[in-house]
Design a protein around this ligand. Sequence first.
Ligand code: ADP
Ligand code: ASP
Ligand code: MG
Length: 396
Amino acid sequence: MRVVKKFGGSSLRDTASVRAVAAHVARAHEAGHGVVVVVSAMGKTTDELMALAHQVSPHPDRRELDMLLTAGERISMALLAMAVRDLGVPATSLTGSQCGIITNDRPGAARIVEVRPYRVEDALDAGHVVIVAGFQGVSYRREVTTLGRGGSDTTAVALAAAIGAEVCEIYSDVDGVYTADPRVILGAKRLSALSHDEMLELARAGAKVLAEDAVAWARLNNVALFVRAADGRPGETLVRVDPPEAHTGVVGVAARPDAWLWRYPAALRSLALARLGSAGVAPLVDTTMPAGDALLLIARDVADAVDGAFATLCADLSELLSPEAMLAQGTLVSVVGTGVGRDPSLAGRFDAALSQIAPFAPRISQGLMRSALVEPGSATHAVGALHAALITEAPA
Ligand code: ADP
Ligand code: ASP
Ligand code: MG
């Protein structure tokens, strides 16, 4: 059986945790599996490299920033390969480029367009554990690219699809996907299973336990994902096409910071959307209204690895659409689930939960998501109130 295992920065804090991951990997190899391990940069390395770049240059060149950031994952892959070899297991480390992860050429938030996993296949056939630097690829122009924050998840899913792995396991500091961020909401419950569609909306809503692009890739290629804790705690969440127990109501609550809402003359819509397109930001809401107005909601891309790019886009939009066009700015707090839009009582219960905290915050409803754009300072409070009202105390 072929398996892809991804270990995030929180599971690779120091050399002791690298050795612990090596022991886990060696056990999987000894059980007879073909093992591919995708690693992120250790601990907060990516943030530290980003800070270092900003010490040298206030607006670091995006190409050079990608060069710098990919070094973080290289360190992890080489150290892990050394530790695995010391356990008597043959291991080879490969960069994203060596693995044939081909991307478009958008620095900082490149999209994978194709995977040519020949070297991974060869190393697996030779009986090696393959250790891959996540979060990176190479463009058709042979430029090294990064996949946006959290992008190692995407590397893992794309490789799992490309080599036909039966299992893709994402290991981090939580033992699964919860109904809300368990570090913030104490009553959050682990979900045993959820569908790709539900997880995609939860990731879009801001639950960073899985990167949005990774879930989109998994859905497209029908890859089942297991989310588990790296420290071996029991418990997991399975994300797949048709989970055994379907949810009919709300699966989770999440928050996405830095969202901006504009109302502006619809005549400027193509110009505004063109600006978004060149900045690589997809709108969360883009609607026109009968009076000739248009509404636009965007949020800082969680994939926006380049500090300041989103702020520049917002300044640009304010100039294009007029500063008065900006209606609200804050944290987008959302409930997600197949019940949203189907359960007639949900909109009322959503409003009631926010009646004290954010009575006048703009409400937005689309697809599997119902949201309010609240002041950043009340976001945690709002998530807690929605979680209590729509999940903990929800009628069965
Ligand atoms: P890694 O470094 O392993 O990639 P991340 O920090 O990207 O890990 O993702 C794990 C974190 O996601 C958890 O520590 C948790 O705080 C956060 N998180 C946010 N929403 C959720 C959720 N709904 N379920 C589980 N974890 C969540
Ligand atoms: N190291 C990168 C980041 O911090 C990629 C990842 O962790 O998946 O965003
Ligand atoms: Mg992550």
